[in-house]
Design a protein. Structure first.
Length: 140
């Protein structure tokens, strides 16, 4: 896979990134560090595809690998920490991050377009298109 998110520092009372368990389809292959989109109550799928007008709600970042067709239907996701993620376009420090494209983020400058429910983090440094940048994720 490409563009996986890397933990820099995990937060929460146990410094475990406040992992949360979600239901996932048994046939879904997921790598550690994949952005996970919330599809229903405590149900996720991997963030996939190109940027669209429908911005997914990020449930967290996969804290474990999920192998397809092994009969496992749950996955743990980090929901609180500092992570390195890949940005689309250049952005300034402090901007609210929303999911865009495959495992990437953009900074939402138009809250009327995206809405606050889609923000999953805050950019902690100036970013360059296609390069890794620090993002403060959560708490989600």
């Amino acid at each position: 896979m490409a563009f996986e998110w890397e933990p820099v520092e995990l937060y929460g009372p146990n410094r475990d990134g406040e992992q949360r368990r979600y239901t996932i389809a048994a046939g879904t292959q997921v790598s550690i560090g994949t952005l996970m989109a919330l599809t229903d109550n405590r149900t996720v799928t991997k963030l996939d595809g190109a940027f669209s007008a429908v911005v997914p709600v990020v449930a967290g970042i996969a804290a474990e690998e999920h192998e397809a067709d092994k009969g496992v239907t749950t996955i743990s996701c980090w929901t609180d920490g500092l992570f390195l993620g890949y940005g689309s376009w250049a952005h300034a420090v402090g901007g609210p991050c929303v999911a865009a494209g495959y495992n990437q983020f953009i900074v939402s400058s138009a809250m009327t377009i995206f809405g606050s429910g889609t923000i999953f983090g805050k950019l902690m440094e100036n970013s360059v298109d296609g390069a890794q940048s620090e993002v403060r994720v959560g708490p989600l």
